[in-house]
Design a protein around this ligand. Structure first.
Ligand code: GTP
Ligand code: MG
Length: 172
C-alpha cells in the first residue's frame, strides 16, 4: 500500500517495563499477562494516517531490555527517527534508568537527532505507583521530550502515545 514517509522508531527501557506489550496492544489489539522476554530485537510494521491523505509507514524495533543483548540492540539505534523511552510506573529503578537509555542513543546516533517520548507504563496499577506524574514530566522536559502514561492491560493512551511520537517526528 502506498505511503509517503517511513519512520523508524526504537522501543527502549529496562526488561519487563512492557515495551513488547505496548506494541502488541497497538498493532494486534491484544494483551497477555505472560510474555516472553525479547531476545535481541523484534520488528513490527504499522501504518498511520497522520492527516487526510498522508500515510506514514512506522517501522518499530522492539529491543530487549536485558543487559546481555545491549551490543546487539545498540546496532539498531542508527537511522531511527524516534525513540520511546519506557519505564514501569511501579518500578522506581526502571525510571532511574531512563537517563542512561537516552544517553546511550544520543551517543550512538549523533550528530543525527532522535525525537523522544517518555512513557510511564502500567498505569492500571495505580495503587502500586512509585513514580509521580510531576517528577516524570520534569525528567521528560529535561530530555526535551513529552510525557504520557499508558497501560497495555487496560488499553489506556496506547493510540495516543504512538500518535504523539509520530506527530513529534513529523513536525521535527
Ligand atoms: P523485555 O523484552 O525483557 O525487554 O521486556 P518488555 O519491556 O518487552 O516487557 P513485556 O512487554 O514482556 O512485559 C513484561 C510483563 O509486564 C508481562 O508480564 C506483561 O504482561 C506485563 N505488562 C505489560 N504491560 C502491562 C500493563 O500495562 N499493565 C500491567 N499490569 N502489566 C503489564
Ligand atoms: Mg520485550
Amino acid at each position: 500500500s502506498p505511503w509517503h514517509y517511513q519512520f523508524r522508531i526504537i522501543m527502549l527501557g529496562d526488561s519487563t517495563v512492557g515495551k513488547s506489550s505496548l506494541l502488541k496492544r497497538y498493532s494486534e489489539g491484544v494483551f497477555h499477562e505472560s510474555m516472553n522476554q525479547t531476545v535481541g530485537v523484534d520488528f513490527y510494521v504499522h501504518f498511520m494516517e497522520i492527516e487526510a491523505g498522508l500515510r506514514v509507514k512506522l517501522q518499530f524495533w522492539d529491543t530487549a531490555g536485558q543487559e546481555r543483548f545491549r551490543s546487539v540492540t545498540r546496532s539498531y539505534y542508527r537511522n531511527s527517527a524516534g525513540g520511546m523511552l519506557m519505564f514501569d510506573l511501579t518500578n522506581r529503578a526502571s525510571f532511574e534508568s531512563i537517563r542512561n537509555w537516552h544517553q546511550e542513543v544520543v551517543d550512538t546516533v549523533k550528530p543525527h537527532q532522535v525525537v523522544f517520548l517518555l512513557v510511564g507504563h502500567k498505569s492500571d496499577l495505580e495503587v502500586e505507583r512509585k513514580v509521580g506524574h510531576k517528577e516524570a514530566e520534569k525528567l521528560a522536559s529535561s530530555l526535551g521530550a513529552k510525557y504520557i502514561e499508558t497501560s497495555a492491560k487496560s488499553n489506556s493512551n496506547v493510540e495516543e502515545a504512538f500518535q504523539m511520537l509520530t506527530l513529534g517526528i513529523h513536525e521535527a
